[in-house]
Design a protein around this ligand. Sequence first.
Ligand code: ZN
Length: 113
Amino acid sequence: MADIAKRKEEAATTCICTGSTWANSCYPEEFEAEMNRVCPVHEFRALGRIFVARFSMSFNGWFDETARQAERDPKELERLLEIYRARHRSWLSARSAHLNQVGLEIQNDPKER
Ligand SMILES: [Zn+2]
């Protein structure tokens, strides 16, 4: 029992930010799920460098008419990327404002390089 509680405590302080993320324009909901996750350490979850895969149709769409009909608007991913970038900017400026207040130098997250 104590082990489980301890593990839960550790999980709550584990950073889930990532250095790179793939975003597929056919599956914007996958990127949306990633960008809506909250890092327990940083509050905002940094997705690092985002690699965007733009396909006019999903791979299955070449073979499967049903999958082709289920295609998403490719602009949906662009919209989500804009939201993510705006959130990232406001998080960065909020963080640097806070650090300036307490007189610390701004340190870059190594994962953002
Ligand atoms: Zn984090």
